[in-house]
Structure formats: C-alpha cells, structure tokens
Write a protein that binds this ligand. Structure first.
Ligand code: HEM
Length: 91
C-alpha cells in the first residue's frame, strides 16, 4: 500500500475495507467489503484476496484500485505462502 499512497498522494478512504493486516490471524479473519479474503479449503489462487490482486474482484476492478498493482512475482509468493499454510515468519 505504500506504493499506492505515494502514487495518489493520499491515504485510501476509510470505511471501504482494511488495507493491511498486522498479523496472520487478522488476514485469516478478514472480510473486505463483505467478501472473505481467504477461506479454509480454498486454494490460494482461487481466494478473493489473490483474485483481487491479479485480476478483478466482483465488479470493482483490480486491487489496489487504480494501481500501482502488485507484480506477478509477488502475487506468486503470496500464493505459495497461503498454500503452505501461511507460516509465521521470524519476528
Ligand atoms: C476480497 C477482496 C477485495 C474486495 C471485495 C474489495 C472491494 C473494494 C471496493 C468495493 C472498493 C471501493 C470501490 C469504489 O470506490 O468504486 C475498493 C477500493 C479499494 N481497494 Fe479493495 N477490495 C478487495 C481487496 C483489496 C486488496 C487486497 C487491496 C490492497 C491491499 C485493496 C485496495 C483497495 C484500494 C487502495 C481501494 C481504493 C480506496 C480509495 O480510493 O481511497 N483492495 N475495494
């Protein structure tokens, strides 16, 4: 999101959905504009989190809205991490 804030010179509007997660659990529980970001048993590539970053989500377009978008290599890293069970990194 730093890239987005730098590009647009403002913080994203409050109240749409959260824009970052401080812990693994926050992401596990995350519901963005009424849509669960990830769900148990759903492969990473099919989660709304990954779909939103890679293509479009519902009718809203690719996230973060109007870019700059997350590069494909970073999306692939997210996919590998989710499918590995979202291991906690070192502190
Ligand atoms: C389940 C996945 C997601 C859903 C359903 C979702 C939904 C939405 C909706 C409904 C909007 C407002 C659209 C509008 O104003 O026309 C929005 C805006 C936005 N979303 Fe998402 N989103 C998702 C994932 C993400 C992710 C993963 C990010 C980045 C971390 C992100 C970043 C943003 C940003 C930056 C905006 C624009 C806020 C502004 O203009 O101030 N979204 N999203």
């Amino acid at each position: 999101m730093e890239r987005w804030i730098e590009r647009w010179g403002r913080n994203p509007l409050p109240g749409i959905h959260v824009y970052y997660w401080n812990t693994r659990q926050e992401l596990v529980d995350s519901v963005l504009s009424g849509v669960r970001a990830i769900e148990p048993g759903v492969e990473a590539k099919d989660t709304q989190l990954v779909r939103s970053l890679a293509r479009t989500v519902l009718t809203f377009g690719r996230m973060p809205l109007r870019g700059p978008f997350v590069p494909r290599e970073e999306i692939d890293e997210i996919i590998v991490w989710i499918d590995a069970g979202m291991p906690e990194g070192p502190d």
